[in-house]
Ligand binder design. Structure first.
Ligand code: 3PG
Length: 307
């Protein structure tokens, strides 16, 4: 079978090597399409392929239509909001992710961002410590739990909420369960967001939740840009000169926000949470194994668009 690694944001070379080794040993051929300039380049490249390995690359109905032999897409990572799951299902294309494989990298970045903001973005002046502060983790999945564990090790008091995990399970996993999302925002010095972008969560974090945070609080977003109501965020930062926002997802109006709010806001120029060699290797290798296994045995364990 023909496999294309299509990564606008490339994997580390060592990860590509590992993917290539697994798939060629299983009898498949591997090509790469990296750092492509426009979506159209991706659409034009996919025609001959039976399988795709992607990251945040957008697999739209147009991409699927341009690849008539396509049987499987593996998102090397967690979020599948970049794949048109229904369009894939309609064309009987299996979509998988590689849950947990890049989670540690994202969790480390979230913790680093908290410290960076507490120290005034490493500018001169008096900062504060995260030890003893309260952290609320919004969604206690693979990334959320790792953030919780690391924060606890650094002396933070960790609480969490997750619509799919009952309170007693959250407690068992080591965090104090919050009553609800409002309670999480109202009672924590930091809230770290780890929800996926879905119709229910898009723009769900806005003015009301942000301004309900305690004095000096900081909102941390290493999840998805779409879950923030950016207008509400700007209004909240305006209304509450003590609040801070740090994110791995560049807001639309970042230059303006930076100008207005200075060291109270920080965004990485390009999403880098999962951008470590280790995460690339873990997620890339998992994707390669899942594809090899799918073609060898029909294994669809990680399929996210079941039919
Ligand atoms: C994910 O959903 O796995 C993360 O957001 C990482 O995305 P990336 O592979 O595009 O960096």
């Amino acid at each position: 079978m023909k496999v294309l690694i299509a990564t606008q944001k490339p994997f580390a070379a060592v990860a590509v090597e590992g993917i290539r080794k697994i798939l060629t040993e299983a009898g498949h051929s591997v090509d790469t399409l990296e750092k492509y300039a426009a979506q159209d380049d991706f659409v034009k490249a996919v025609a001959p392929y039976d399988a795709l390995i992607i990251r945040s690359d957008k697999v739209t109905a147009e991409v699927l239509d341009a690849a008539p032999s396509l049987k499987i897409v593996v998102r090397a990572g967690a979020g599948v909001d970049n794949v048109d799951l229904e369009a894939a299902k309609a064309r009987k294309v299996v979509v998988m992710n590689t849950p947990g494989q890049n989670a540690n990298a994202v969790a480390e970045l979230a913790v680093a961002m908290m410290i960076y903001m507490s120290r005034g973005q490493f500018t001169p002046g008096t900062g504060s410590e995260i030890m003893g502060k309260r952290l609320g983790v919004q969604a206690y999945g693979q990334v959320g739990r790792l953030v919780g564990k690391k924060a606890e090790a650094l002396g933070m008091k960790v609480s969490a909420i997750d619509p799919f995990i009952p309170a007693d399970k959250i407690r068992e996993l080591g965090a104090e369960p919050a009553k609800d999302v409002k309670d999480l925002y109202a009672n924590n010095d930091f809230v770290s967001v780890h929800i996926p972008a879905t119709p229910e969560t898009i723009k769900s974090i806005g003015y009301d939740l942000i301004t309900s945070m305690p004095k000096g609080a900081c909102l941390v977003n290493a999840a998805r840009k779409e879950v923030i109501d950016e207008e509400g965020l700007a209004k909240a930062l305006e209304a509450r000169p003590d609040l801070k926002y740090v994110t791995d997802l560049l807001p639309d109006n970042y230059a303006e926000l930076k100008e207005k709010f200075g060291t109270r806001i920080f965004a990485t120029p390009k999403k880098m949470g999962a951008q470590t060699a280790e995460a690339n290797i873990n997620a890339g290798i998992a994707a390669a194994r899942q594809i090899a296994d799918f073609f060898a045995t029909g294994n669809t364990r990680f399929q996210v668009n079941k039919w």
